[in-house]
Design a protein. Sequence first.
Length: 227
Amino acid sequence: MHHELLTTSTLLLGILTGVHAAPSTPSSASEPRGISAQCWYGSAFPAESDWLSFDSLFEKWRPQFKAQGDTDEELSIMKDALKTYSEQAGVNPVLTTAMMIQESQGNTCRECGDNGASCGLLQVRGAPNDCAGKAHPCPESLIRKAIQCGTVGCEGAYGTNIKNCIASEGGNWGAVARCYNTGSVTNLADLRVAQWGDPRYVQFVANILLGADYAALDSLGGGNCGF
């Protein structure tokens, strides 16, 4: 689950690794702007008190969501579902939103990854794929289902979800992100270690939480932080 994730180059240029289909290339006018990104080593992860608020993070990325085709109605549904299902999972919706941005850029019609197995806003194995690659808007029921599958689980989905990762990792939010990306945590002392998935995933999510922009995320690259 979640073995092939959006890279920083994906976020900046719309170029994908693996089998994910390319998202719309953001225009400079719609690119989220924020702080400089930073490297995160070992078990380090930003304190929840340092994260952007849910409204601030969502509205910061709204122009990019709309630039790739999401409608205002879709975004209203998405925002409500993020709050609703994050509460059910026992997680701050800010973290769910940051993970959604890394997984799908918040595109309700995102193509499925992992050779077509991982679908929806949180790229969940077995999640409904009815909107994948289709024209906007995606129906409300499918937007909500996509977020439900990734946060608390849903019928037909398999692998892990955020609620399951919280059950195993507690409030160690960096470990929860690593768990979601790879299905388990190989080394709690070094969240870059990943049997599958992207070693940079936790770092990307951490910087999105703090408000880093496209250019800042891209500046980290791989070698700059020792990956």
